[in-house]
Write a protein of this length. Sequence first.
Length: 763
Amino acid sequence: MQRYTCPATHARQRRTIFRLAPGFSAVADGLALAFVSTRVVAAATGSGFPSEVILLAQLVVLLLVGRLLGEAMTRVGQPSVMGMLLGGILLGPSGLGLFWPALQQAIFPNVPEQAAMLAGVAQFGILLLLLLTGMETDVKLVRRVGKVALIISAVGVAFPFVCGFVLGELMPTTLLPNADQRALTALFLGTALSISSIKIVAAVVREMGFGRRNLGQIIVASAVCEDSIGWVIVAITSSLAGAKSIDLMTVGRSVLGTAVFLAASFTVGRRVVFLLMRWVNDHFESDFPVITVILVIMGVMAVTTHLIGVHTVLGAFVAGVLVGQSPILSKHVDEQLRGLIVAFFMPVFFGSSGLATDLTGLAKPDLALITVAFIAVASVSKFAGAIIGGELGGLTRREALALGCGMNARGSTEVIVASIGLSIGALSHDLFTIIVVMAFITTMAMPPMLRWALARVPLRKDEKERLEREAQEARQFLPNIERLLLSVDESANGRFTAQLAGLIAGSRSMPITVLPVGAHGQAGGGKSLASADRSDVADLVARSAAAAPHPQDLSSSVEVTVRTPEGSSAEAVAIEAKKGHDVLLVGMEKMKTRSGEIDRGVSRIVSAFDGPAAIVDARDGQLDHPQQRITNILVPISGTEISRRAAEVAIMLARAYRCSGTVLHVANTAATKPRRLRSQAGPQRRAIINEVAEMGARHGVKLRTALQSDAAPDQAILNESKRTDYGLLVMGASPRPGDRLFLGDTAAAIFLHSPVSLLFLVS
């Protein structure tokens, strides 16, 4: 009969151990709960419980211990994945198996069939982690600092790779899984030394506030390049594992297969992925269809890489890169998928990797010495490669030192590489343990080292000005918009609205969905757009988008989708609003009633959309020539958030039309107000105007400023609109409560009497 120590004694020991570190009491309680549950599991396995019950217990224990230790690591400034890895080590032969072997065997029995079930979940976790890594790969950032990052990453990979390969060639035969395939092991060791963890590097850079600094962007971009190069090397090296011998023909076939796959993925594959995600998002009504198609895309690409003879991780990684670039990947979809991976698969995979790590072997002096030497070679070669690459890339010594500190972290990426090497027989269990220990130590050392190094890098004057400008732009409205919805009919006003929508979409390369509107607000009925007209509207949107100036890191092409659902336009808009559209633009022939109020059909459409909406009403020249160029834009402002957003839209349109504009602030400085309040209001009004004028200057738009006092706001705006040859008036307004869309007395008067085309931004 198995005898157990008194639980009270265990409790006293536990309190003594975790009293050494603050914040570990929660971890101790969680471990105690896990151990209690495993006592039950131990009894269950002895009585022949089904293997799926044992698997469930294993998953629960790995999730619980991994999450608690991950939380503890986070609180002391370390990556949470290292806590998950440590949890697996403590539950494996180096921890629980050493001090309580019966319990360890009860939870994780040494039965091949049982181990294969947990390994299957962990292997799928690898693919999902690579998918997430690809989604987090910032291709735009690499483009911005591409030349420097490519130089640094090329040297930073090549130097450690050569050192690792040489180390593998000198490795004792007793550590090799197969003495006949020493070259394969050497290639994997070279890969292990050369790769860095983009996730850990990016997290520390962001934490230090260096995410927008020049050096921070170079570090992250270099890590992205090294990560990408590393996974290609892993895929090619893995393909060699199945060959009887490694020769030039075998290597050439693997390299050629990888090159063809990458070329096809980033040309035809990109388009297919985008279309699939968009089609599923737009046509499926069930829950989470986009997440399902992302997982299917990942699986298909992983199987494809396997069929061409390279490892499935390359397919999963490339799938993540393509998915991350898709314009249909909304924030909530990204968060939901990320939550699934981080909450479940990440603790299970890293916990399983920890279970395969046997630190007891390091008690042997020769193996311990090899481990120390391996860590030293890995660190020195990585620092040397980063510093040499930094020098070639034009960095200063301090910047190159910070780069080396960041690149030395292997983290989760290294553990994945080691797991792949172990699974295909390129690494022995002892080498796997050495690599995991190296990854753990270099990752734990990186955050404090990188913080110290980054703190020593001074901020340049031009960099400071850029950071201040970007900080202001980050608070703006338009940069946070991802997708537009356009609800128009075949009228001149509908075409004018389509032109404005194309200019807005083109300025940020945003996809746009066109929703045709029929008579009386019916979609697809009455005077709804015919097929040819719909094509004309889509072409008009596309042409306007192509003509709009856009940032260099964004594409000039805009995806335009035309949809004609059945039912009312309000119902159609409500359905489309749930598919990730951020702003609605409405343009119909009948925008107002005879009394000057907003038409009920327009009111229903706007009310059905949960988000900002732009109501467009063409007047004067735009009614006869919807596509004529606007030469001047008027934007009244009041200092409110909605008026500031409207000013952003006006500036963006002025930049697209390459025209000037006027910022008008109407102030009621009636003599009945106290003199003290009137004197204080002056500087505040001027600050409001100057803020918008500076925003226009940053975008290359010349804005005239005007201030009117002692006049009703609506009258002042109408007077100004008649004073100059304006082509468009852009104004922000907030809807008032009621069953009909009412934007206030000022907006109502302007809507009724304005001779200038209008765009009301409603929020």
